[in-house]
Write a protein that binds this ligand. Structure first.
Ligand code: ADE
Length: 224
């Protein structure tokens, strides 16, 4: 998979996407992540990327020209499965969307700032608009990092057996059960007896019961 990310703050994306599992996924060749600085595409003398909004009002709007030139260049080189715009008014990101996007060949992700991008960029180029939650971030970069992480870890081969995505919360509309490691007694709090029994069938049953209980208590909406 190849992911192109368009941003005016490349540094915000470098650390989350170049460490741990995301770093290994790139080193092993499962994904290529290319970060593009929108400012490099500005034809303005001062390399501006934003301007006042028509009709007045507080907040700047990101200009069409640098974004359009960058997207046009990339689109001439390959076909994109989706051109995604990170925005608080997009569809809320869910595991099903991550699963679908993880089968893509090429994704382009556009990060907005200030009041966002000129509506015409959304009308002309964007095929999917994603929000990572019902709150407003300073820009789309942290959302893009969340989106990329949630997709890349699902590409076959990125996770090993121990970190397999199949047992994640949400994959079967259930939250994950509680987990424990050594010691078996910590400050008087003991690990549930069943996990020390060695009876793998009973352990699986217990984990499933706990997952159902946890989901009913914390996220009853997942079963609606
Ligand atoms: N940009 C600003 N807020 C955002 C959010 N909640 N999700 C995605 N992109 C954003």
């Amino acid at each position: 998979m190849r992911i192109d990310i368009l941003t005016i703050l490349p540094k915000l994306l470098e650390s989350p996407l170049n460490d741990s599992i995301m770093k290994r996924a790139q080193e092993k060749g499962h994904v290529e992540i290319h970060i593009h600085n929108i400012r490099d595409y500005s034809t303005h003398r001062q390399k501006s990327v934003d301007d006042y909004q028509y009709g007045g009002g507080a907040g700047m709007v990101m200009l069409c020209q640098p974004i359009a030139d960058c997207i046009d260049k990339l689109k001439a080189e390959r076909k994109y499965d989706e051109i995604i715009y990170m925005t608080p008014d997009g569809e809320i990101l869910e595991q099903t969307t991550c699963n679908t996007l993880s089968t893509s060949q090429n994704l382009l992700i556009l990060c907005g700032h200030y009041k966002g991008v000129d509506q015409r960029i959304r009308d002309i180029y964007v095929t999917k608009e994603i929000s990572i939650g019902s709150y407003v971030l300073s820009g789309g970069e942290l959302g893009a990092a969340v989106l990329v992480d949630s997709i890349v870890r699902l590409i076959p081969g990125v996770l090993n057996d121990e970190t397999s995505a199949l047992t994640d919360s949400f994959q079967d509309d259930l939250l994950a059960p509680p987990v424990y490691t050594r010691p078996d007694d910590f400050k008087g709090h003991k690990v549930p007896e069943i996990l020390l029994s060695g009876d793998s069938k009973k352990i699986d049953e217990w984990r499933n019961e706990q997952a159902i209980k946890r989901t009913a208590e914390r996220r009853p909406d997942l079963n609606e």
